[in-house]
Write a protein that binds this ligand. Structure first.
Ligand SMILES: NC(=O)c1ccc[n+]([C@@H]2O[C@H](COP(=O)([O-])OP(=O)(O)OC[C@H]3O[C@@H](n4cnc5c(N)ncnc54)[C@H](O)[C@@H]3O)[C@@H](O)[C@H]2O)c1
Length: 270
């Protein structure tokens, strides 16, 4: 698939850590479709990951920025604006819970860690949009996308405080998206992605079981990182000009299935 549907479009892609990252795949597919972008990640992730390789492959400038730090965001947006002029697309592909990382149970949360994870995973999306808005950095009919998970609506074991972070993130998308739409004709959406084997994904205890369960439940099977990247490409393109304030499930149909025959058969075979 190569249709050049992002030819002439410029943006910023957050969150490519290594080749398993959803943002990595997205950068590759946006590049394939003719889009140009600045890549960014937290300074520590730039040092530890392999994002330099991606920057080289996609002819992109790499600008480290902690997405919770307003000065870093402002600097990043200014660099991108100096290079490209106003921007057409932004991908927020950022998530982290210290409580999940350190194995703290939901009934025994450390609230300093909760606050840190909330800032990184959810408030950073507000900080990013507020910075873009104040710097008037988005072109009319531009598109902003953040990634989320269905634990925002339904409960899943071990997703812990990330479920609450995702609910907050989705709410920010609607609240800011309304204003961005009214005042600047900019779209804001979230993609609710199937469980996917990435560094962040692997941090969730029992991800393999989640993955297998979702695979057996979804009529089309789990959406891959490549599927997510292609949906993002379409949301960045002019083909989705009036899609906004949506939480779009990219999950093979999982979100609308009660139970599948495959799961019933598995239970009966025990
Ligand atoms: N993997 C899954 O199963 C899955 C499912 C649904 C949604 N998502 C979401 O997709 C997004 C991308 O995650 P992924 O699965 O590709 O994993 P990933 O670990 O590759 O990406 C997470 C990124 O967040 C970045 N990050 C963390 N703290 C940051 C900070 N302070 N400033 C800037 N960047 C920071 C990391 O460096 C990393 O690049 C996340 O929002 C995640 O919650 C993942």
């Amino acid at each position: 698939m190569e249709n050049n549907i992002l030819k002439g479009k410029k943006g910023i892609i957050f969150g490519a850590l290594d080749s398993s990252s959803i943002a990595w795949k997205t950068a590759e597919n946006v590049f394939r479709e003719g889009g140009e972008f600045v890549l960014t990640n937290a300074p520590v992730s730039v040092r530890m990951g392999s994002i330099n390789e991606l920057a080289e492959k996609t002819n992109s400038e790499l600008v480290p920025a902690d997405a919770t730090n307003l000065e870093d965001l402002e600097n990043l947006i200014k660099v991108a604006k100096d290079k490209f002029g106003k921007l057409d697309f932004i991908l927020h592909s950022i998530g982290m819970s210290v409580n999940v990382r350190k194995g703290r149970h939901y009934t025994d949360l450390n609230y300093d860690w909760l606050t840190k994870g909330w800032d990184v995973s959810a408030v950073s999306f507000h900080k990013l949009m507020q910075s873009l808005f104040k710097l008037d950095a988005m072109n009319e009919w531009g598109s902003i996308v953040a990634l989320t998970y269905i634990a925002a609506q339904r409960t899943f074991p071990n997703y812990n405080d990330m479920a609450d972070n995702k609910a907050y993130l989705e709410s920010i998308a609607r609240s800011f998206g309304y204003i961005f739409g009214k005042e600047k004709n900019v779209r804001v959406n979230t993609i609710s992605q199937s469980p996917t084997l990435t560094t962040a994904g692997k941090g969730v205890k029992g991800l393999d079981d989640f993955l297998n369960y979702a695979e057996l439940t979804s009529p089309l099977g789990n959406a891959t990182a490549d599927d997510c990247a292609n949906l993002t490409v379409s949301l960045f393109s002019d083909y989705t000009k009036r899609v906004t304030l949506q939480n779009i499930f990219n999950d093979g149909g999982f979100s609308n299935v009660g139970v599948s025959q495959e799961i019933i058969d598995k239970l009966n075979s025990k």
